[in-house]
Design a protein around this ligand. Structure first.
Ligand SMILES: [Zn+2]
Ligand SMILES: [Zn+2]
Length: 262
């Protein structure tokens, strides 16, 4: 039962009941799989497509496709890359391995759309967020599933091939643990046009989306704070530095997506 804030004295009983019904239906659709027909492509198709996009078929593709299918089911999105759903989904992936590519492929999330968030935790897990639903789910690939590979594919030779088959046979409950989590969202992290630009006081670089750092009353870009992933940066020139594709070819003219300016 869902409790909604309302003033019962001002509304007749039937309106309150109707509101409860609408919200309950919405809750059922967006938060559970009960009674909701999913139109998502089948596992085999998704695995095939994901492996092509990734470059090879591997156990990570199996785990990633299943992780994404489960995550989408939990947040109530059946075709996350379809136009009406693509704006609702955010996925946080916690590893930069094969599985991450499969999760991104199945869900359609992309760095360039700001719907794919890479958290460098080294954990085989991903969190699925439906921006229209209060509940988010973190799906974690279990270590037990690795130990159980021989049980689920005893007839297969070779570790990778055995994993490939076993991870398709295991039930979701063996392959994954699921946590319901809260993901505090910052408006600056959401998809959509750039919401804020700042200029680095040291190097003049424009920093987008609130990623600037304040230090000693100055606004700095991350590299200028000295806390970046690279060191010893120095500007260089390079051979053919005035080359441009348009020197040899005509510019490509085509349909441009709305709000796609840099
Ligand atoms: Zn792979
Ligand atoms: Zn700077």
């Amino acid at each position: 039962m869902i409790i909604i804030a309302r003033n019962d004295r001002q509304r007749p009983e039937w309106i309150c009941l109707f509101l409860d019904l609408v919200i309950s239906i919405r809750y059922a659709i967006f938060n559970t799989t009960n009674g909701y027909e999913f139109a998502m492509k089948d596992f085999n198709t998704l695995l095939q497509e994901s492996s092509i996009a990734h470059g090879h078929l591997c156990p990570g593709q199996v785990v990633g496709v299943r992780m994404a299918m489960l995550g989408c089911r939990l947040i109530g999105l059946d075709e996350p890359s379809r136009h009406d759903q693509i704006k609702k989904i955010l996925v946080y992936v916690e590893m930069d391995r094969c599985t991450a590519d499969a999760v991104a492929h199945v869900t359609g999330v992309k760095l360039g759309r700001r719907s794919l968030k890479f958290m460098d935790y080294g954990i085989m897990a991903a969190t699925f967020v439906n921006l229209e639903s209060p509940k988010s789910f973190r799906v974690v690939s279990t270590e037990e599933s690795r130990d159980l590979v021989t049980e689920y594919a005893p007839e297969i030779q070779g570790k990778s091939r055995q994993q490939l088959t076993a991870y398709q046979r295991m039930p979701d409950s063996v392959l994954f643990r699921v946590q319901e989590v809260r993901v505090p969202l910052n408006e600056l992290d959401l998809p959509g046009p750039t919401r804020r630009k700042a200029v680095c006081a040291v190097c003049g670089q424009v920093i987008r989306d609130g990623k600037e750092v304040r230090q000693n009353n100055q606004i700095l870009c991350r590299p200028c704070t000295g806390q970046s992933y690279f060191t010893d940066a120095r500007e260089i020139t390079w051979p053919d530095m005035n080359r441009s594709p348009v020197n040899q070819h005509k510019p490509v003219i085509g349909k441009i997506a709305p709000n796609s300016s840099e």
